[in-house]
Design a binder for this molecule. Structure first.
Ligand code: GLC
Ligand code: GLC
Length: 811
């Protein structure tokens, strides 16, 4: 069952009912100001940091769900309704929500009155613009009252939810014409405030939540709206809100638009006040002046559309599959940008109050957005590398505002360092900019320790080599990619973190997954060394990768698939000898991606075992059989009920590894089959089962053992976005950036036939036509570049030309 459809021409998803199984959200914002916006107008806004500079309040764990947002109440006679349906939930005569690139448009109708809300965050201003257009389609003049409503958060979102003894006394506002200012704590140490304003004269306002809602009433039935007039309340303490009242007459056919702006402003420390106790409103007035007319809003909206069209033009496929086209050209890249902007901080599953930026997560996210924003990727790489330790290990997380490593979590996740190699190589393959390797970069943010970035990569590699276990495989530390496989942390205390209670330094627990990473990224590092003329280092790395390959063959093969790990007692994890957790997905994907076992025929066998043992109708689960009880020696993985999260859920992040692995073997049919299973556009028709947004990936889909197989959770902020894009763009469609230029190496299912890709790469616009007369799955037999046939499948750089036409013939 579907609740909407894709509008490809407009790059929008069109939701046709407010009653989606879960709130279906969109992200507004490109730089510093961000908003989450659901299809019923729920969500919140923040500046830079969702925990520390939260502008509006959101209610977690609330019933009904998705409470808190930007709400507009229309009072038309005795009927009160919201264009987004929530919170009154008055039945609408028509409803449609279009989520687009950085904007959403909700249009609905009741009793002949149409309301259309356009919401976006301009590219160049720190505000959310809401343009509400009301049109009278009835035959009678309508006299209506409109009430706006937002609830302010007292900046620190955690303190705001907990510290009531103080917070209920500190709220402060100012009202100046149609502008309502939120200035809590501005009198003391803050030099920022928020404003919510409208470009019209108002007939009243409220800033006290209690005055607006009335005691014991909710946002579904505010007393002010019921009675039809604002109380002009000016709150001191309690719960500051901003609400405007606007009354108007609309003749039949008449249309009026109102522009609401929620802005974030800062003043210099010594210029905070206009007069004693009155905030300096100059920056707010300047901001609001830019959004007074429809022309101004149209201009800013046009700039936003151009911003996205430019970004998304870096990679465009034209194939016979609409689902494939819309994911590759629009939604998958869009989600990659959202993970760049938000990391794992703020979604409907990440509270915006918790995690910092993950070291491994950020490195992997980069693989998906490096082609979109290479300059910002460069900056990100240097930020991440600066949190590495001198011995090559790394802080597992860092804080986006300070860019410092997070002490509470510390280090010891032994896969982390190798991801740095992955993202630096990806950056240079994309841009050709090897100068990044010479950037002088500190360790643990201490400039005294700084070395070149290249040296950081060397230390990443060496860290693994310095931490090998009894089988010559890398020690796992607190966890590897699978945060929940905790072989050195034995937790018996409720509530304690499964990762940071590292209380059993076995010095033994080893990871076959990290071994595979080492082979893959060790070889990529070697390739990079050769590229910059450091052959000696290249040879050292190649030899180390070869030894690791050998160690995996000797101690990491279980007979029909790759083993997952050795635990702290030297016992196998992910082996047919185990009662549960006999086979894990991660080493099958990553070993084959690294080429391990390909020559020996083991790779094929491993992937066949995946299909046979791990695959279900909704994707490939993480392991089988699921753990039925808590295993102290394995950690968090067995804490989840069977079928959820790391305990045999479909962890979407590593399904593309299997798909890429299939392309390594040249099995294009199978690669595409795996790709399609978790790809949102291909499973739109099971939206009722899947429940999360059908236009983006979720982190997890409940597996075969779950009570609710196929039901997804944690949409939006997941490494799945980057890996699925890498898979489909580079391995399936096969347009691969390499150190020497763009390689064309597709691996496709035969029903895909021929396709074209438009790729902007290193300043050149490549138009690549892939022909497949014999319907093969892999192999390019002829490459014609601007009319001339060339050797191999890497397109030579076309010199000064800014355009390049390529025909690749598969066979
Ligand atoms: C989450 C984490 C990621 C980890 C994965 C598997 O997605 O953000 O770092 O690799 O879970 O545990
Ligand atoms: C990852 C996992 C999650 C776990 C967390 C711990 O996000 O997906 O299950 O609780 O890591 O850090």
């Amino acid at each position: 069952m579907q609740f909407g459809h894709f509008d490809d021409a407009n790059k929008e998803y069109v939701i046709r009912t407010p009653m989606t199984p879960l709130p279906w959200i969109n992200y507004l914002g490109s730089n510093d100001f961000f908003s989450l916006l659901s299809n019923t107008c729920g969500g919140y806004s923040f500046y830079k940091d969702a925990k520390l500079l939260r502008l509006t309040r959101y209610r977690y764990n609330n019933v009904p769900m998705d409470e808190g947002g930007r709400y507009y109440y229309v009072k038309d006679g005795n009927t009160v309704w919201n264009p987004g349906w929530q919170p009154t939930k008055t039945t609408l005569d028509a409803y449609e929500c279009r989520h687009g690139m950085g904007y959403s448009r909700i249009t609905s109708k009741k009793n002949g009155l149409q309301a259309s809300l356009l919401a976006f965050v301009p590219v160049s201003d720190n505000c959310e613009v809401n343009r509400l257009t009301l049109t009278n389609h009835s035959r009678k003049t309508k006299s209506i009252s409109l009430f706006s409503y937002i609830e302010f958060c007292l900046w620190n979102a955690v303190d705001d939810m907990t510290n009531f003894q103080r917070n209920l006394n500190i709220g402060e506002v100012e009202v100046d014409g149609s502008a309502i200012y939120h200035k809590t704590e501005y009198r003391e140490r803050r030099n920022h405030y928020a404003v919510f304003s409208v470009n019209a004269e108002i007939d009243g306002f409220d800033t006290s939540r209690d005055a607006f809602l009335g005691a014991y009433r909710g946002t579904d039935d505010p007393i002010v709206v019921k009675q039809g007039s604002s109380t002009n309340s000016v709150t001191m303490g309690w719960y500051p809100i901003a609400s405007h009242q606007l009354t108007m007459d609309l003749e039949p056919g008449e249309s009026k638009s109102l522009i609401f702006v929620l802005g974030y402003l800062e003043n210099p420390k010594d210029d905070k006040w206009e007069s004693p106790g009155v905030i300096n409103k100059a920056p707010a007035k300047a901001l609001l002046a830019r959004y007074q007319t429809d022309e101004q809003v149209d201009g800013a909206f046009g700039a936003l559309r151009k911003h996205w069209n430019d970004l998304l033009s870096k990679y465009t496929v034209r194939s016979t599959s609409d689902e494939l086209n819309r994911m590759v050209n629009v939604w998958n890249q869009y989600q990659c940008m959202v993970t760049f902007n938000l990391s794992r901080s703020a979604s409907y599953y990440e509270s915006g109050t918790g995690r910092g930026m993950g070291f491994r997560d950020s490195c992997q996210d980069l693989l998906g957005f490096v082609h979109l924003v290479p300059d910002r990727a460069r900056e990100r790489i240097l930020d991440i590398a600066s949190t590495q330790f001198e011995d090559g290990s790394a802080y597992h997380q860092y804080q986006p505002l300070t860019k410092k490593g997070n002490m509470d979590i510390g280090s010891g996740f032994n896969d982390d360092p190798l991801w740095l190699i992955a993202c630096v190589v990806a950056y240079i393959r994309e841009t050709g900019d090897a100068s990044i390797l010479d950037e002088v970069t500190p360790y643990d943010n201490d400039d005294a320790t700084a070395t070149t970035l290249f040296e950081h990569l060397t230390r990443s590699l060496n860290y693994t080599l310095a931490n090998l276990g009894p089988h010559g495989l890398p020690l796992i530390g607190r966890a590897d990619w699978n945060d929940c496989l905790n072989l050195n942390c034995f937790s018996e205390t409720p509530g304690e973190s499964f990762q940071t209670c590292a209380n059993f330094e076995s010095g033994k627990a080893e990871s076959v997954f990290i071994a595979a990473m080492f082979v893959k990224y060790g070889n990529e590092y070697a390739e990079l060394c050769r590229h910059i003329g450091n052959d000696g280092e290249a040879e050292r790395a190649e030899k180390a990768a070869k030894d690791m390959y050998q160690a995996v063959l000797e101690s990491g093969w279980d007979g029909e698939w790759f083993l997952r790990a050795y635990d702290g007692y030297g016992e196998k994890v992910g082996s047919r000898e185990c009662d549960e957790g006999q086979i894990f997905i991660e080493p099958q994907g990553f070993c084959v991606m690294a080429g391990v076992g390909v020559e020996e025929g083991l790779a094929e066998q491993a992937l066949d075992s995946v299909k046979q043992r791990l695959e279900g109708p909704f994707g490939i689960v993480l392991l089988q059989p699921a753990y039925q009880s808590y295993h102290l020696r394995l950690g968090e993985i067995s804490s989840y009920p069977p079928g959820y999260k790391e305990n045999a859920g479909i962890f979407c992040h590593n399904n593309p590894w299997i798909s890429i692995a299939e392309t390594v073997l040249g099995r294009g049919e199978r690669a595409f089959e795996v790709y399609r299973k978790t790809c949102p556009a291909f499973i739109e028709d099971v939206s009722d089962v899947h429940k999360t947004e059908p236009y983006v990936y979720s982190q997890m889909i409940a597996g075969v053992d779950a009570a609710t197989p196929g039901e997804a959770k944690n949409s939006w902020l997941t490494g799945t976005a980057a890996w699925t894009f890498v898979n489909v763009s580079q391995y399936i469609l096969g347009i691969q950036p390499t150190l020497d230029g763009l390689r064309v190496n597709p691996c496709i299912s035969s029903d895909l036939g021929e396709f074209e890709v438009e790729r902007q790469y290193r300043g050149v616009n490549y138009h690549i036509e892939v022909q497949n007369p014999d319907r093969v799955q892999k192999g390019v037999v002829k490459l014609v570049v601007d009319g001339k046939e060339v050797e191999g499948n890497v397109i030579p750089h076309p010199g000064k030309a800014s355009k390049c036409k390529v025909i690749a013939v598969m066979g």
